[in-house]
Write a protein that binds this ligand. Structure first.
Ligand code: HEM
Length: 121
């Protein structure tokens, strides 16, 4: 069973990303990095990416091509502080979901690793 199936499919990722962005919207360090006039698009890109990564439909790659995540994050100043802020909002959002503990732990480990990999300052 994929993580996508374990957590109940697309609605899980929509809710995870919605709650995550509520945190970002209130974060003085992160908020200015995100496109004020396209928060809906930002939400959609993250939700589609995560859904695809964990075994769901490949809509992200159809719309965006190869993720190239590190390259796409280069324009944003991501030091330890931004990385930790991003993780704080994502782990809070994840903790509030009803996903099975095992799936939560797998996702948390993945986020920790990728967030560290995104650091570019
Ligand atoms: C480490 C702290 C991070 C910061 C400060 C950060 C910040 C950002 C910003 C400002 C954007 C542009 C929003 C948009 O218009 O789409 C973005 C895009 C994105 N981020 Fe992050 N991010 C971080 C970590 C991560 C991690 C850990 C992941 C995945 C596990 C991730 C996945 C994505 C994806 C999929 C996009 C959209 C890429 C695209 O198709 O253009 N980010 N991020």
């Amino acid at each position: 069973m994929t993580v996508y199936e374990q957590v109940g499919g697309e609605p899980f990722f929509v809710a995870l990303v919605d709650r995550f962005y509520q945190g970002v919207e209130e974060d003085p360090l992160l908020k200015p990095m995100y496109p004020e006039d396209d928060m809906e698009g930002a939400r959609r890109r993250l939700h589609l990416f995560l859904m695809q990564y964990w075994g769901g439909p490949g809509t992200y790659s159809e719309e965006r091509g190869h993720p190239r995540l590190r390259a796409r994050h280069m324009p944003f100043p991501i030091g330890q502080d931004a990385r930790d802020a991003w993780m704080k909002h994502m782990s809070r959002s994840l903790a509030e979901t009803e996903a099975p503990e095992e799936a939560k732990q797998i996702m948390l480990n993945y986020f920790e690793q990728v967030a560290t990999f995104m650091m570019n300052r």
